[in-house]
Design a protein around this ligand. Sequence first.
Ligand code: MLT
Length: 412
Amino acid sequence: MAFLNEHFFKLKAGYLFPEIARRVKAFTEANPATAGRLIRCGIGDVTEPLPGAVVAALHKAVDEMSVRESFRGYGPEQGYDWLRAAIAQNDYRAHGLEVADDEIFVSDGSKCDCGNILDILGHKNRIAIPDPVYPVYVDTNVMAGHTGEANEQGAYAGLVYLPCVPDNGFVPAPPKEPVDLVYLCSPNNPTGAAATRAQLEAWVEYARRHEAILLFDAAYEAYITQPGYPHSIYEIPGARECAIEFRSFSKSGGFTGTRCAFTVVPKTLLAWDDKGERKPLHPLWLRRTTTKFNGVPYLVQRGAEALYSPEGKAQVRALVEHYLGNARILVEGAKKAGLTVFGGVNAPYIWVQTPPGLGSWQVFDKILTEAQVVITPGAGFGSKGEGFFRVSAFNSRANAEEVARRLQALKW
Ligand code: MLT
């Protein structure tokens, strides 16, 4: 007799984005005439083609794979040395931050790593998670059995929620109580708010005082345009002793379909074992990676490496500016529609307050049926996301302009 992981039954419905896709499919099937008008601003999926430097590197790598002399089989599970070196040098050491090449672990996505990291962390940790936030943090902890049941608002027993609300600029301060693991996402998905240096200093100080670990998701760091907002948690002194950082090429290099990301696990980061000894996490993450993963394809790693060439860097900047230009258009459009808008400055997401009396799934239905635009209801990101909706700026310029027009044409 085989048994299931009972914790899965605590999860609410489907994962947010497949659930949205299901509702959109049902709508377009029932209203085929509107299908051609549909504009997707739901999931944050890039629309623009891969940068030219990446395309050239991919072609070259395919040619290498086509001849015996340069063919590659299994690569190092944690990533090829040349990509780890390019990342550590360009994203960290060039900015004066101490990160060694072998502290970089190349992976197929931050989403996967944010979930997988739980493999090397104990089950007794008290866990703090911002609300609203990227749903993967909560759902993976539910699956791992780190929570109780969800209440009517969707909040799980056993988690410490950190409300991200207009009053705190959507950036939570450390809680009064001690916790052991804290997820932070800056710039935040979905609110678009980035944490300031002072705010991150408070978190590092808290983590060191409580011997806690910060799980810092910086997947959107390329979108930080204003000064004073750290791009990496390691810009904060002491963070090497208390933080793991997740980064991704998905939203910077347009890699959502190509798949490449990385996680930084400093060798100076320690946690307690059951015998009361403090030990480094780095060997555990290496062991986990080499056991459960066979690495990102050689071709893809060559493509990612090309993002660090001079042309690659310029092309990434142009991509980011394109999406941020869309965000500005969407912010303006939503404001002209009389809506209250946040985000969109240091992030590719705009976070919009729902008009009085309308829940976020009601707004989802209204915008889908009346304007044929897909947005993401705030409730999908946590109970404090109710009363808001997220509009993704990942789109063509023409679509962003059209969405801005349609938002204004709606009767709110
Ligand atoms: C989102 O829309 O929140 C993200 O694109 C999802 C993801 O990055 O996995």
